[in-house]
Design a protein around this ligand. Structure first.
Ligand SMILES: [Cu+2]
Length: 263
């Protein structure tokens, strides 16, 4: 039986697909969905970057790009969900009158197939882009270990210690020279911590029995936050310090002031 009470000739999949998009509830939901999608695309591209932590390294730049692209990929999915939600909210029923029963979308094969293919493609693009970006940038890997300045990062309930073995310096603040790649050798003397210099876009586990490596290149002068991102006991929330990206001269002066020797 069709909506009109007649028995139709068997419609082709194309007919069913087109007929679906001629329904007034579908048209309205689609309009809402397109608006939501456009809003999220604009938010992702224009404002997201302002809300995220400042970009101070090559890794943070790559992460920012990744977040923006992922927001764009997720926008149409969000559009469909919120579009239907908005339509449903604006056409809600109250009182004793039951809502009219419409044809079920789940039995419309062509529509279900179309949506499955579209969302699968979106997910596939996200996976491929994500993997490519992870390999091409230096996110959480140590590629420049040869010419990089080594910093041993040691987690300890509840303080971070930074050792510069080549310079003979140790500090509780993470000082780094600009535009020089740095290789973090991260470990812990007690429980598991997670080393997170926020604006550098690095977050890596600090374990007791295995050293983890991460590298990045600071690209912007200024202070940044260093936090612990793994619940590590009573004062976990206070296991934070600051760092600073400095010019090479300022960094050398700092090293000498700390009693170290410049490379
Ligand atoms: Cu912690």
């Amino acid at each position: 039986m069709s909506e009109h009470g007649n028995v139709d000739l068997k419609p082709t999949p194309g007919d069913r697909f087109i007929k679906f998009f001629k329904r007034s509830d579908v048209i309205q939901s689609t309009i809402f969905g397109v608006i939501v999608t456009v809003v999220f695309v604009i938010l992702g591209g224009k404002f997201y970057t302002q809300w995220m932590p400042k970009v101070m390294s090559t890794d943070m730049k790559a992460i920012e790009r990744l977040m923006v692209v992922f927001t764009w990929i997720a926008a149409p999915v969000c559009g469909v969900v919120l579009g239907i939600a908005l339509y449903t909210f604006l056409n809600r029923h109250s009182g004793d009158t039951p809502p009219p029963e419409g044809p079920a979308t789940r039995t419309n094969g062509p529509v279900v197939l179309g949506w499955t293919v579209v969302t699968s493609l979106l997910a596939l693009v996200a996976v491929i882009y994500g993997i490519t970006e992870m390999n091409s940038s230096s996110i959480a890997t140590a590629k420049n270990a040869e010419d990089a300045m080594v910093v041993n990062v040691v987690g300890n309930q509840w303080v971070w210690t930074f050792e510069y073995p080549e310079l003979g310096v140790q500090s509780h603040e993470l000082m780094l020279p600009i535009n020089r790649s740095v290789a973090f050798h991260v470990s812990s003397v007690d429980v598991n911590h997670s080393f997170w210099p926020v604006q550098l876009g690095v977050k890596v586990d600090a374990n007791k029995l295995a050293e983890t490596l991460a590298d990045t290149t600071p690209t912007k002068l200024g202070e940044f936050d260093v936090k612990c991102a793994e619940l590590c006991g009573l004062y976990h929330a206070y296991m934070e310090t600051t760092g600073e990206v400095m010019t090479k001269d300022d960094f050398d002066n700092w090293v000498i002031a700390q009693g170290g020797h410049t490379a």
